[in-house]
Design a protein around this ligand. Structure first.
Ligand SMILES: O=P(O)(O)OC[C@H](O)CO
Length: 435
């Protein structure tokens, strides 16, 4: 829909006599595809409603399009049509694909035209999303995975609830102590994201060529020691029944954790608000850093979550409207609201000065874990995160390998060797098609 608005949403439309005598210009409509459900979706709707109430010339319509995978697939299917959105939220691993797709207007174009001050954003977040010194998208919801544990179950098992396990061995020991009366000590969803993060946490690169950042990656390194060690540890806990295998969905491990069936789980910090509210009155929720093997190399976590892309097959007015909305989303008070109501950490440093943010951190110190974990991360190519155009497919291949291992069908090294081989093949095909 090409509305009769001026090409610039931020400057007053040059009223032609004809326009003045007819009805006022329609607001620019921005369709935003996102993947935020539950508590997160409610927070999105509130942000959009507030924006729409305060912006008469741009109106945003938020459309939930399913999981990150589903939404990206729908976008791919819509690419040659006008049916796609003006703005889309894409998970971090879709970044390389989005840049290569040529379907977007780089965020840097709007940043430069508007002299938007990027220095207000968190450096480690920019570090992830900057490619060739440019931002192609605007980070929005940023996360990392943390260990959630049930402090009451720790106490009942004779463990110190203020000393959560930090190494693989400590987690395994705690899981054994916590497994009793039909309850499991731990349960981690078979989620490729965790494997990606376990690599970074050991300072290990997931792909060759500087994690695909110095030049396009040609080989997966998921079968390196960092991966084998991780999968052996995970499998051993499942084999001795101190950890339950509940499949691929964090929704299922989260439910089991909230039901008191599982004492420790891994999840995105984005689940924090939901978990803390869900456990209220039932048990005390503890949070801790992602575990790693004792003596692991220096590392930390990779910025997870998603960022926002403006599609280039929409009118200039629509794209500028989307940019106005993005600027609003990055303001300190919006980021503070978003963080407190979800668990995502703010992308802008000034959000930490907001009273809402300060009060929440005092009341719920669990919200500090992911922030501290981000700030404690050693900056290197491993923690900057891997980049590849076939990342969504690669993640599923790794999930298949973890699944086969935990089901006892393959040894950890064999499963990861096969996964690395098929990811490297996909990289070769992709690299041939993208110039
Ligand atoms: O669930 P989120 O939004 O924290 O995202 C986790 C991963 O980074 C998605 O790839």
């Amino acid at each position: 829909d090409t509305t009769a608005t001026s090409t610039s949403a931020s400057t007053a439309p040059a009223a032609s006599p004809a326009a003045a005598s007819t009805k006022p210009a329609e607001p620019v409509k921005v369709i935003w595809w996102h993947s935020m459900s539950g508590e997160l979706g409610k927070a999105i709707d509130k942000l959009v409603a507030d924006f729409n109430a305060s912006h008469k010339d741009v109106q945003v319509e938020a459309v939930f399009q399913g999981t990150y995978d589903e939404s990206l697939n729908k976008m791919k299917a819509s690419m040659d049509t006008k049916n796609g959105p003006s703005l889309i939220q894409v998970y971090e691993i879709g970044s390389r694909f989005m840049i290569d797709s040529k379907a977007i207007t780089p965020m840097q174009t709007f940043i430069d035209a508007d002299k938007y001050d990027v220095s207000q954003l968190e450096e480690n977040i920019l570090n992830y999303y900057r490619v060739d010194n440019k931002l192609y998208s605007m980070p929005f919801n940023t996360s990392n995975p943390i260990l959630y544990y049930n402090k009451d179950m720790f106490k009942a098992a004779g463990l110190d609830p203020e000393k959560p396990p930090t190494t693989y061995d400590e987690v395994a020991k705690a899981a054994q102590a916590l497994s009793k009366d039909g309850k499991s000590g731990a349960s981690f969803a078979i989620y490729g994201w965790f494997m990606e993060q376990f690599f970074a946490n050991q300072g290990a690169e997931y792909l060759n060529n500087g994690n695909g950042r110095t030049s396009p990656a040609t080989e997966s390194q998921v079968n390196a020691d960092a991966g084998v060690k991780t999968l052996e540890w995970w499998k051993q806990m499942v084999d001795n029944k101190s950890a339950a295998n509940l499949g691929r969905k964090t929704d299922d491990t989260k439910k089991a954790f909230l039901a008191g069936q599982v004492a420790m789980t891994l999840d995105s910090t984005a689940s924090l608000r939901g978990i803390v509210s869900g456990a209220e009155g039932k048990f005390q929720v503890g949070t801790a850093y992602l575990p790693k093997p004792a003596g692991a190399g220096e590392g930390g976590v990779v910025v997870g979550g998603a960022s926002l892309y403006i599609l280039n097959n929409k009118t200039e007015a629509e794209q500028k409207g989307a940019w106005e909305f993005i600027k609003y989303l990055t303001t300190p008070d919006v980021q503070a609201y978003w963080s407190v109501n979800t668990g995502y950490f703010p992308i802008t440093k000034k959000a930490y000065d907001e009273q809402l943010m300060k009060d929440n951190l005092v009341k719920y110190p669990q919200f500090k874990t992911a922030i501290d974990q981000l700030h404690a991360t050693k900056a290197n190519k491993a923690t900057q995160g891997a980049v590849m155009g076939v990342f969504p497919e690669a993640r599923q291949i790794v999930e298949g390998a973890i699944e086969e291992t935990l089901a006892g069908k393959k040894a950890p090294k064999d499963a990861l060797d096969a996964a690395a081989k098929s990811i490297s093949e996909k990289l070769a095909t992709y690299n041939k098609t993208v110039k």
